[in-house]
Design a protein around this ligand. Structure first.
Ligand code: ACM
Length: 524
């Protein structure tokens, strides 16, 4: 009996190990290994007779570089007994591939798991040999996001598409695109051509660099590219602060000048400012059909002193009986949120906007100030849906190893891939992160220190894989050793793709990619 138990225990253990050897990131909720294997003959193409999902299967073929004439069917079943958005079942039993899901997100996630199984499969002369598996899977969070700042430095269509490809590979489904800030306005607006002609000039390292921005045609192309990969694109127009580039183009909407932060804010006291922004929002509505706009709202305090000398703001304050500038800031955010909502779009904003009492049903709060847990609690109490992207550990512009010199730290702390892997349970109390208001997690990459693709990749990989796990995997099933083992295989994928990644298991493999001479540590 004892021996039987031992054998049983061993076989359960081996099954678990085998399952983890599937090298899937993020790891599925439930994997059952079958005794059978599934052979895919050389020269085969995947296909489905379910016409709604043909494009998703074509995507699988293209990602695997399959071009042959043979056929291997994926049966795609839409079945509402699979719960929740993005959930799926994948089976490779009895030499047959079946994906069952309730929605397209689930089908796509199943296809991505199949893609990763194929990437990891033993390739023999006779084709791919996939393990027989029955997988039941669903995401921990609905929102699994990544934000890229293209104002401080601009990377362009190819870099963004590369990021979207890897996001899809990791089942990340929200791309938050920080397109405007003090250093550059990167989005063509037909009604206001100076936004890009003047506002697109310069970047964080060179204020005279020629204008760089996305044309509307490029934006549409990227949004469609993302949609094919089950990714929603959320553009951010940061306001009323971080508006310097727009104000250089159209000074009539500037909130004024103050030391170190000239023209940092829009003018909340001038009616024309609202018309100007509303016209911009109307163009965004066409470009971003998913219908969600991030209106910023962060760090207005940096430039708010300019409002002391602004006659329009003074008039607004008197008219409304406001006693401090934050009330004018809140008034501005409420009016902008109203404009977005009237266009039938949804609003997202940084956590400072919690103080502005925007309408709870149409606004998602992006909590970023890890040193202000009370603001997160306030957002929960007020009932906002919340995306967690605190600087620690979710800012990818922070260094990721003690030996790294370029990038931010906070009181000496920085963001390793394992810190990200264990988010949010290592960072927040259970009552907070288990709140139903928390709808997702997101990493943000600010690019003050990032001017090249090489450094961009270095900061992203392998932390993007850890982000994928944070967004998908339940806390109880996280396991450092098993994650590390799977990650090692994925480092091989980065190598194959020519990515300049950081190797946490061999930090000397690729030297730290540094674009800008490092500064001493700052906490901000
Ligand atoms: C932020 O990092 N200022 C949102």
């Amino acid at each position: 009996m004892k021996r039987y138990l031992l054998v049983l225990a061993l076989s359960v253990f081996c099954n678990a190990l085998n399952a983890q050897n599937l090298n899937l990131i993020p790891y599925p909720q439930q994997v059952t290994m079958l005794k059978t294997t599934l052979r895919i003959k050389p020269g085969s193409l995947f296909y489905t007779s379910n016409s709604r999902y043909k494009n998703d299967v074509l995507y699988l073929n293209s990602q695997l570089g399959l071009t042959g004439k043979g056929r291997q069917e994926i049966k795609i079943l839409i079945n509402t007994d699979v719960d929740g958005s993005g959930a799926y079942r994948l089976s490779t039993a009895s030499n047959k591939i079946t994906i069952t899901a309730a929605d397209r997100a689930g089908v796509f996630n199943g296809i991505i798991t199949l893609l990763q199984l194929c990437r990891a499969a033993n390739a023999e002369g006779t084709g791919l040999v996939l393990p027989g598996v029955a997988i039941t899977d669903k995401p921990r969070y609905q929102w699994r996001g990544f934000m890229l700042d293209e104002s401080r430095h601009f990377f362009g269509v190819a870099a963004v598409k590369n990021i979207l490809n890897w996001m899809a590979f990791y089942k990340l489904n929200r791309f938050h695109w920080h397109l405007t800030d003090a250093q550059g306005w990167r989005l063509e607006i037909k009604k206001y051509p100076l936004l890009t002609k003047v506002g697109g000039v310069g970047n964080f390292t060179d204020s005279a660099a020629s204008a760089l921005y996305y044309t509307q045609k490029e934006i549409k192309d990227i949004v469609a590219y993302a949609k094919r990969r089950n990714i929603e694109v959320i553009p951010e127009i940061d306001m009323p602060g971080h508006a310097t580039a727009a104000n250089h183009a159209y000074p009539q909407y500037s909130g004024g000048k103050v030391k170190n932060y000239d023209d940092f804010t829009f003018n909340p006291g001038k009616e024309d400012t609202y018309q100007f922004i509303s016209n911009i929002l109307k163009e965004l509505k066409v470009l971003f059909p998913d219908g969600r706009i991030h209106i910023g709202g962060d760090e207005v305090a940096l430039g708010i002193k300019a409002w002391d000398n602004n006659p329009d703001v003074k008039r607004l304050m008197t008219e409304k009986g406001y006693t401090d500038h934050q009330q004018a800031e809140a008034y501005f955010l409420r009016r902008i949120a109203d404009s977005v909502i009237k266009l039938h779009d949804k609003v997202m904003c940084w956590d400072e906007a919690v103080a502005a009492n925007l309408p709870v049903n149409n606004v998602i709060v992006n909590w970023w100030r890890q040193n202000k847990p009370e603001v997160l609690k306030e957002a929960i109490t007020k009932g906002y849906p919340i995306i967690l992207s605190p600087r620690l550990p979710m800012y990818f512009d922070f260094v990721q190893d003690s030996i790294h010199l370029s990038g931010r730290k906070w009181d000496g702390r920085y963001n390793t891939y394992l810190d990200i892997y264990h988010f949010p349970e290592n960072d927040l109390t259970a009552d907070v992160y288990q709140s139903k208001n928390i709808i997702g997690v997101q990493a943000n990459l600010w690019t003050e220190t990032v001017a090249t693709r090489k450094r961009l990749d270095y900061l992203l990989f392998p932390r993007m894989a850890a982000l994928a796990e944070a967004g998908w995997v339940q806390q109880a099933t996280k396991n450092d050793d098993l994650f590390k083992a799977r990650l090692k295989t994925h480092l091989g994928y980065y190598k194959d793709a020519g990515i300049y990644y950081y190797d946490p298991f061999n930090p000397d493999l690729h030297k730290e990619a540094i674009d800008i001479a490092p500064k001493p540590e700052v906490t901000d």
